[in-house]
Design a protein around this ligand. Structure first.
Ligand code: C2O
Ligand code: CU
Ligand code: CU
Length: 574
């Protein structure tokens, strides 16, 4: 494997030496309305002369169309899987019911169609969609499955902003990819030296001499960027992950980490006839961020990391040729944008801690390479890690005990950053967020509210959005439940064990704590239906008579007000 890395490194360093941008930036086509047919398919693409690279795409051989949704519309998205592999489709940043979230549990088998339908509740902004299969996200995203979602609403429509797609409002999906010696997209290598914007290598964009809007997505598997312009000009961030900020924030640098989005306004009106570059000033990234010169604080390092020419370098991402203005250009930067109402710390009913750590301390390289755990656990399809209750506000304390920075993402909600190592986040990160970077040895607190969409059996995900880390298990799940269905006694449940499993006649549920009537025990089948099972308490344990249950797979769920336990139960009659 190592040798292969070196070979592809030699090829790629050669390719990235070309400084002239020769390919017009591809602008993905749009789909709009309320009914969407998305065909996930495989194909090939010619990135390098004479070579066909196998790719994935939606309604085409590579990348995915831009979906334009209107707030408050009820939309139906039909995802047909034409691949020879399972997939899923996740609407990143959108607040949708868990069964339509497209996480690892909403598997779309080959030759089948999955229908997601939901009301668009998010504010105007830039979101995205991508597959989320258990252990398969990196491969499928890298091969091309990633697209932008633009949400429109009346608040945004009332502002004087550029919004003509492909004319003064551009999607900018930034990804680095690794190609192997046969020009196939390679996964899980640190040699992501090919820089693509909207799937275009060495891209240029002809943009009019006026205020233009860039919707930038860091859709990379691993890499973070410090965006800025070659001429040092300032620009204005108007939106983050979850929509518009209160007011434009003037910047010369914008850091984006995997999964994050930002909308920026760039005033090109004085630059007609000139060429500038959107660059990443990665030399300015701090140790620990994938893309910086070093990761591991001089103690350990990612194998081959130093061979990647992009790490710690300043490099061009998109060439912009400034052309003649359009007929009705936007020429000003607004002074205010939207009303943003952050959640209040005093409303939080519960604080949870999420500790990121390597699975093992030895070898030391696991501090930067993983596999990583969250609260000691790796992702499991069969268990739900935590329960959140409807109508409650929670603070999540993200504590990074590793030597690499992790972009932490939470499904279902948009959150606010309370503090990062005790410091207030910068202005441009004070809006709604769904990804936050947690630096090595840092603690970040975020606050969120679970408003609706309860489901006892189908969870949402939280995870590191570095796809290699996610696929390696740095992910957990949470169910949002209705507090009305559980008892009110706040008693810990202890460590719960099921015995025997598979079970035939009887199942014994035991705990290190005393199990009593303050807990709710439910048996759920794979369709989410509750199965009534006769049960009795025998001293401290609960005995379920499962003799009448059909052979098959079930989930047993045990909950009290604060805790939730879910485990796969097999019934096998001999
Ligand atoms: Cu962008 Cu859980 O994903
Ligand atoms: Cu997501
Ligand atoms: Cu990570």
């Amino acid at each position: 494997m190592k040798c292969q890395h070196i070979f592809c490194f030699i090829f790629l360093i050669f390719l990235s030496q070309k400084s002239e941008a020769q390919n017009p930036l591809y602008i993905p086509p749009t789909l709009s309305g309320t009914n969407f047919q998305l065909n996930v398919q495989s194909g090939t693409q010619t990135f390098f002369n004479g070579w066909n690279t196998p790719t994935y795409g939606i309604n085409g051989s590579f990348l995915s169309p831009t979906l334009i949704l209107n707030k408050n519309d009820v939309v139906a998205l039909h995802v047909t899987n034409n691949l020879n592999d399972n997939t899923t489709m996740h609407w990143h940043g959108l607040h949708v019911p868990a069964v339509y979230d497209g996480g690892p549990h909403q598997i779309i088998e080959p030759a089948t169609t999955w229908d997601a339908t939901f009301k668009v509740l998010n504010d105007a902004g830039t979101y995205w969609y991508h597959p989320h299969g258990d252990g398969k996200t990196d491969l499928q995203v890298s091969k091309g499955l990633a697209g932008i979602i633009i949400i429109k609403d009346s608040m945004e429509a009332a502002l004087d902003l550029p919004r003509t797609y492909g004319v003064d409002d551009f999607p900018v999906i930034v990804q680095t990819k690794a190609f192997d010696i046969l020009y196939q997209i390679a996964i899980a290598t640190e040699m992501d030296t090919a820089i693509m914007v909207n799937g275009t290598l060495h891209p240029y964009l002809d943009a009019p001499a006026q205020v233009v809007r860039l919707r930038i997505l860091d859709g990379s598997s691993m890499r973070s960027y410090d965006f800025g312009f070659s001429n040092g000009m300032t620009f204005y961030q108007i939106g983050g992950d979850g929509g518009l900020l209160e007011a434009p924030v003037e910047l010369t640098r914008l850091r984006l980490v995997p999964g994050e989005r930002a909308e920026i306004l760039v005033d090109l009106s004085a630059l007609q006839g000139q060429t500038i570059f959107l660059k990443s000033f990665a030399s300015e990234l701090e140790d620990g961020i994938y893309g910086a010169e070093t990761v591991g604080n001089g103690m350990v390092s990612i194998p081959d990391y130093g061979l990647n020419s992009l790490n710690g370098a300043d490099f061009n991402i998109l060439q912009i040729n400034v052309t003649t203005p359009t007929a009705n250009p936007v020429n000003t930067i607004p002074t205010s944008l939207a009303t943003v109402t952050p959640l209040n710390e005093s409303d939080a009913g519960i604080t949870r801690t999420f500790t990121f750590a390597p699975q093992d301390m030895m070898p030391m390289s696991q501090m930067v390479e993983g596999p990583f755990t969250i609260n000691g656990a790796q992702f499991s399809m069969d268990s739900i890690n935590i329960t959140a209750y409807k109508n409650t506000t929670e603070i999540w304390k993200l504590n990074n005990q590793t030597l690499i920075a992790h972009p932490f993402h939470i499904h279902d909600v948009q959150f606010f950053i309370l503090d990062e190592n005790g410091n207030t986040p910068p202005l441009n990160e004070q809006g709604k967020k769904d990804v936050v970077l947690v630096m090595p040895m840092e603690t970040v607190r975020v606050i969120m509210k679970f408003e609706d969409y309860t489901n006892d059996t189908v969870p949402y995900m939280y995870h590191c959005h570095m796809l290699h880390h996610e696929d390696d298990g740095m992910m957990g799940s949470f169910a949002v439940r209705d507090s009305a269905t559980v008892g009110i006694d706040e008693v810990g449940m202890g460590e719960i064990k099921l015995f025997p499993n598979p079970a035939d006649d009887f199942l014994l549920v035991t705990s290190t704590a005393e199990l009593g009537n303050n807990i709710l025990v439910r048996v759920i089948d794979l369709l989410g239906n509750e199965i009534k099972v006769p049960a009795q308490y025998i001293q401290q344990s609960l005995q379920l008579n499962v003799s009448a249950m059909n052979t098959g797979i079930y989930f047993i769920q045990i909950s009290d007000r604060k805790n939730f336990f879910s485990q796969k139960l097999l019934i096998q009659h001999y």
